[in-house]
Design a protein around this ligand. Structure first.
Ligand code: ADP
Ligand code: MG
Length: 273
């Protein structure tokens, strides 16, 4: 007997047998419909991210990319009106964002401007102690890990002592995000490229961060929202998806990013609905 199939007891595998191992996806969005303030934003998104995969999400402004990242994180401003969000096969659509964070989903925190006098290190201590349920975690313990990661990522150690709202540049905000990702050890990282004015150095921080964290945690999955083809050249995503008007209109390999750079998004229109 050849071909793909299930192995039955007593049947030994021959050279032409192929085992179909279909792992449960890390993240699966099934026909996801999402509204904010009563307005439909995502209109039937299907997406599968397996362990260890990096997916890039591209699309014009207003397509719903940030909405997708936020709704997977459980942001309360968004309502799932249809479909499912499955984490390792379990529908988490009703989980709070706190539960999701503890389960290992990560979306870089946008630290509120109001926090003053909190250093990068202190902030990370709070974030890690919440994620890993370690209320007694000391700043000292965080410092050791942090120093190691900053070294790996080629960051200036002085950055750890900077204050969070102390006029961070785009690149420094990205460094802070990458450090959060590295230290929180998420199973699924959502990186939303919200800054349109990021310079190439800031992009490199993100790309390098994703690659370095991935090397250390090969099972981590990631969804990276970006406009920048340059970033994708460095991140080398497994798949690229184009989101237009709340629908994924095309998915493909990294070469898709090049097509977009040359042709823009106009070639990709959503199906009529
Ligand atoms: P992208 O990140 O692709 O630029 P967004 O997800 O930010 O797109 O936004 C998609 C659409 O949904 C936009 O038209 C935006 O105005 C709208 N939108 C996003 N968040 C909200 C919200 N909280 N309330 C109302 N409308 C929203
Ligand atoms: Mg956005």
């Amino acid at each position: 007997m050849g071909g793909a199939g299930l192995v039955t007891p007593g049947h030994s595998l021959g050279p032409t047998d192929r085992l179909m191992v279909v792992p449960t996806p890390l993240l699966e969005l099934k026909n996801l419909h999402v509204e904010a303030d009563g307005a439909p934003i995502l209109r039937g998104v299907d997406l599968i991210v397996n362990e260890g995969e990096v997916h890039a999400l591209m699309g014009p402004n207003g397509a719903g990319k940030s909405t997708l990242a936020n709704v997977v994180m459980g942001h309360p401003g968004y309502t799932v009106t249809d479909g499912e969000i499955l984490l390792h096969g379990e529908n988490i659509a009703d989980w709070s964002s706190d539960q999701r964070a503890r389960a290992g989903i990560f979306l870089a925190f946008q630290y509120p401007e109001a926090i003053s006098g909190v250093s990068v290190t202190q902030f990370l201590r709070q974030a890690i102690s919440a994620r890993k349920n370690l209320p007694e975690l000391s700043v000292l313990e965080v410092r050791l890990d942090l120093a190691e990661w900053m070294d790996r990522l080629g960051m200036d150690p002085a950055f750890a002592e900077r204050h969070l709202n102390d006029g961070f540049s785009g690149g420094e905000r990205k460094r802070n995000e990458v450090l959060q990702m590295a230290l929180l050890e998420p199973i699924l990282a959502l990186l939303d490229e919200t800054d349109s004015g990021l310079d190439i150095d800031a992009l490199r921080v993100v790309a390098r961060g994703v690659r370095t964290v991935r090397d250390e945690h090969p099972a981590m999955g990631a969804v990276v929202v970006t406009h920048y083809v340059k970033l994708l050249e460095e991140i080398e995503p497994d798949q690229v998806h184009i989101l237009v008007d709340g629908q994924i209109v095309h998915s493909g390999g990294p070469e898709l990013a090049q097509d977009i750079e040359h042709e823009g998004y106009d070639a990709w229109r959503p199906v009529a609905s």
